[in-house]
Design a protein around this ligand. Structure first.
Ligand code: GLA
Length: 779
């Protein structure tokens, strides 16, 4: 709901309010963003207005009529340069006369019942109302439009800006942010998620004290270095209580989130396109659109904020025919084969996949050109006849005949110098002509600033997708930008390259997703190097990390869940030793982590033991039963030393929980599983699936029970292991939701003082999956 009270605008969602007003000096003043307030008149707003009698000393007074106003100490909707505000600005322009001073003053406002589209970038759908405010800097004849969209039930407000140059002289736009929040205090913790390849989403909490703190990417993508999702919370905010703002950007390029504490203890947050190496030349009549920022406020802890984000992303960011559809369980060929694929191998693996219940077979890298390693062929999207002697369509038909859908890997934005595409179009890459080039993974980035390249890729990809029954596409992007230069653009537009590349990418994705609405696209960029809301507007799921180690994945997936729903997080069970860490984790732990989200396998099923295949068959069968909840349920993180997750169906009738241990603490026998999101008063059945453990897992402890001595790993040990299985613990509890949410005392963990069916075999990296089902009657 958006209302105007005289000089004030009130934006309301179910549980939050955002309030701004037109200052007597005509700038926009930010008054409030937080817990919903009851506002029925102008009068009600008055206490939110800061009272200024005299401006602080050694600051600049805005104008003579207002000696009380120094913009350095005002909470503003738009920070500018040159009229007294010295904090991190919202907008930065170099005018024709060389000046960078701007003063954007209120001109008019309207409330739109449908949102105003963004021409160049994707944006959230399903909004309810939009506030459009026009500000004008008359001295330079430049207009700044601010758009606020309100999403009531998601507790979400979005903001963006459009800058229009009406001046006959061109201007240079060096920065245009998407949102700005000025708070009157700095009592906040800023949480960012940083990392690198195979190490995405490490959570960092900074207690905001003073100065400027920046979270930004400069890879050309949203990056694994710093995800654009950040949080501002209070020191005592927990998963279940306390204030938090979740903030993100619908953008896949270089982003920037800054928090600055002023000399007067106020705090400014801005986010938008990274201004580093960004500068747009705008001739008369030209405009620039900033990406849409999304903002969610909750006073009920991180879980509540995340759940609102999740619903918003599922309903208003992800779109198209897969939006609310359950996603297939796939087998991906990469870790089992790397580049060494051929028709025979793939068919053998697909047959094994069908047997365990997999639904989609994905042929990853290595199938095209002469792609025997990563040094050639990107750009040449024709199958390699050495590997696929009967062609792509033949392979796809064969896989379909086995009973599986088929998916394919592509990396359309890239080219190897050793490729026919590069040889015929050397000027189609991001490179400075005539200069040496820095390479990443032996490949170059195609110049998507050039519309001819976008058209070419649309045609080539369309031809590929039409050539066989392709149901899924893994769209990869494996390098970061260097030698930032578009041979297509003139020299005075080279600082536009990063952003124009993203506009070109969105155009390409728009063309292809419109032409192939039923293909399920999965985003990937060396894992999570482009895990953002911009990509999710085109691709309903993203490969979260090239790290498939269950322990690392538990952290990575948990941290994605702060800002992204399980329905977009793609996870695979891979082999052991893990290829990224050489760690051994139990097969059930690999599954227990991967099933929270979109489940897949990336393992050579044709090489696995019958025992492992049986276990995988059971995993997949169970996942199919609970898939909707694992992908679209309400997800809770529980504050515990152990990883403790819970996902609950919409009707709260069933839930699954996971408990994962990193390292065993000797003689710590007692563990709890804590449920969340259940109906307090309903009765539930809480249970696990009892396992049988191989006696070899207990090493030479076998001799504590064996009447004759058995040498560890001897033939005798193998023989005994074949016949003797150790019973796993059974949990079988009937109680109310309120008790389960208080915590379930589990069977004691193994701690060197005996083992039987009442002891939980719980070694390093062990985990359990618990099932919780509502009962119709009390037992
Ligand atoms: C990237 C992806 C991997 C795999 C390889 C193929 O690293 O993240 O999943 O597809 O490329 O080259």
């Amino acid at each position: 709901m958006i209302r105007q009270y005289d000089q004030c605008f009130v934006l309301e969602t179910a549980h939050s309010s955002y309030i701004l007003r037109i200052l007597p000096t005509k700038q926009l003043e930010h008054l409030y963003y937080g817990k919903k307030l009851t506002i029925t008149s102008c009068q009600d707003i008055v206490p939110l207005i800061e009272q200024h009698a005299f401006a602080p000393g050694n600051t600049n007074i805005y104008d003579e009529e207002h000696p009380e106003y120094s913009l350095e100490d005002m909470r503003l909707e738009v920070g500018t340069i040159g009229k007294g505000d010295i904090r991190v600005p919202f907008v930065e322009i170099i005018h024709d006369d060389g000046s960078s001073t701007n003063d954007f003053l209120y001109h008019d406002a309207k409330i739109n019942t449908t949102r105003t589209p963004i021409n160049t970038l994707p944006y959230a759908t399903n909004n309810q109302e939009e506030l459009e405010i026009t500000l004008v800097d008359e001295a330079y004849d430049v207009t700044l439009k601010l758009y606020y969209n309100v999403y009531d039930k998601y507790d979400m407000i979005t903001r963006r800006a459009v800058l229009i140059n009406n001046n006959k002289n061109a201007i240079r736009l060096n920065r245009l942010m998407s949102t700005q929040l000025d708070f009157s205090t700095h009592d906040f913790v800023l949480t960012t998620f940083n990392g690198s390849w195979t190490d995405e989403m490490n959570r960092h909490d900074y207690v905001v004290e003073s100065g400027l703190h920046i979270n930004a990417s400069f890879t050309g993508s949203s990056s694994s270095r710093a995800n654009p999702f950040v949080m501002l919370s209070n020191k005592h905010t927990s998963e279940d209580a306390g204030e938090v703002y979740g903030l993100n950007l619908i953008y896949s390029g270089n982003h920037y989130e800054a928090v600055e504490v002023s000399s007067y203890g106020k705090m400014r947050f801005v986010s938008g396109i990274n201004p580093q190496n960004f500068s747009f030349l705008l001739a008369q009549g030209e405009q620039f659109e900033s990406p849409e920022a999304v903002m969610c406020y909750s006073d009920r802890g991180f879980n509540d904020m995340s759940q609102h984000m999740h619903k918003f992303i599922n309903d208003c960011i992800v779109r198209g025919s897969w939006q609310h559809q359950e996603r297939p369980i796939l087998l991906n060929s990469w870790e089992a084969n790397y580049f060494k694929i051929n028709e025979q191998k793939l068919i053998k693996q697909a047959k094994a996949a069908k047997k365990v219940g997999i639904e989609l077979f994905v042929m990853d890298d290595g199938w095209f050109g002469k792609r025997d390693n990563d040094q050639s062929s990107l750009g040449d999207w024709q199958y390699d006849p050495k590997k696929l002697p009967h062609g792509l369509k033949h392979l796809v038909d064969k896989i379909n005949a086995i009973g599986l859908d088929f998916g394919i890997w592509v990396e359309p934005e890239m080219v190897n110098v050793d490729s026919n595409l590069y040889r015929s179009h050397p000027n189609w890459t991001i490179a400075i002509p005539g200069h040496g080039q820095s390479e990443g993974r032996h490949q170059r980035i195609l110049d998507l600033c050039n519309p001819e390249v976008v058209d070419y890729l649309t045609k080539v990809m369309s031809k590929l997708f039409e050539s066989a029954d392709i149901k899924y596409v893994k769209w990869d992007m494996n390098r970061t930008f260097s030698d930032i230069y578009s041979p297509y653009l003139p020299s005075d537009k080279q600082q536009e390259v990063f952003h124009r590349y993203i506009i070109g990418l969105y155009k390409l994705l728009d063309n292809l997703t419109k032409a192939f609405p039923d293909i399920l696209f999965e985003g990937c960029a060396s894992g999570g190097n482009r895990f953002d809301l911009g990509m999710l507007c085109f691709m309903p799921q993203i490969w979260a990390s090239d790290n498939t180690d269950a322990l690392c994945r538990a952290r990575i997936q948990k941290n994605y869940s702060y800002g992204y729903p399980l329905s977009v997080i793609s996870n695979h069970v891979s082999s052991t030793l893990n290829h990224q860490t050489l760690r051994t984790t139990p097969l059930n732990t690999r599954y227990n982590v991967a099933c929270f989200g979109i489940l897949g396998y990336e393992i050579n099923l044709a090489d696995l033991s019958n025992e492992a295949l049986e276990e995988i068959t059971k995993q997949i069968a169970a996942y199919k039963v609970h898939r909707k909840t694992f992908q679209f349920g309400t997800f809770y993180r529980v504050n515990q030393v152990l990883h403790n997750w819970c996902v609950v169906s919409d009707d709260q009738k069933d839930a699954m929980g996971m408990l994962l241990q990193e390292l065993v603490l000797p003689h710590h026998q007692y563990h709890q599983f804590i449920a969340r999101g259940l109906k307090e008063d309903s009765h539930y059945h809480f249970f696990n699936e009892a396992k049988q453990y191989n006696v070899k897992l207990f090493g030479d402890l076998i001799n504590t029970a064996s009447p004759v001595h058995i040498k560890q790993d001897s033939l005798a040990h193998q023989v005994v292991a074949k016949f003797v299985k150790m019973p796993g613990e059974v949990e079988d509890i009937h109680t109310t939701g309120s008790v389960l949410m208080q915590g379930v005392g589990l069977k004691q963990a193994f701690s060197a003082n005996g083992y039987n069916e009442n002891v939980r075999y719980f070694q390093d990296f062990a985990s359990r999956l618990y099932f919780i089902e509502e009962e119709s009657e009390m037992k």
